[in-house]
Ligand binder design. Structure first.
Ligand SMILES: [Zn+2]
Length: 141
């Protein structure tokens, strides 16, 4: 089976069943909630934060990079018709500091990423994430 044939959800279920764990047992071993596991296994999560990925890999006794290879590849999957979806994913990826696979959804070029620190009304530090294409006018603000 190639990576394109099976989803992250399928991969996690198969890996879990291979070592004979129920999803609640996997949740316990991974130090994640059962709900988080169910979200991943139902295909709700197409990619994971690095923390969740590492915990899950530990629970499944596999390498985190194996899981990562089944996560939705933004670079390949997102065309310009999916810009809204791309931006939602891009923001989460930027927050996780995982921008290495993000490419401009308009022209496919590399992008510049910026993390901007500001204070909200209650003086808490918050971060804004912005991205702009190195080649075309596309940007996420
Ligand atoms: Zn571009």
């Amino acid at each position: 089976m190639t990576h394109n044939d099976i989803s992250l959800a399928m991969f996690i279920i198969q890996a879990r069943e291979k070592i004979g764990l129920s999803s609640s047992l996997l949740a316990k071993r991974s130090n994640l909630t059962e709900e988080e596991i169910l979200d991943i296994e139902s295909g709700k999560e197409l990619f994971l934060s690095s923390t969740v990925r590492q915990k899950l890999a530990k629970g499944l006794k596999i390498n985190p990079s194996e899981i990562k290879s089944y996560e939705k590849n933004v670079e390949i999957t997102f065309g310009s018709e999916n810009i809204k979806e791309f931006e939602d994913i891009a923001k989460i990826k930027m927050m996780a500091g995982e921008t290495e696979y993000l490419r401009c959804p308009v022209c496919g070029s590399e992008m510049n990423f910026k993390k901007i620190k500001r204070y909200d009304l209650e003086d808490n530090i918050v971060y804004d994430y912005k991205a702009s294409c190195k080649k075309c006018p596309y940007q996420i603000t």
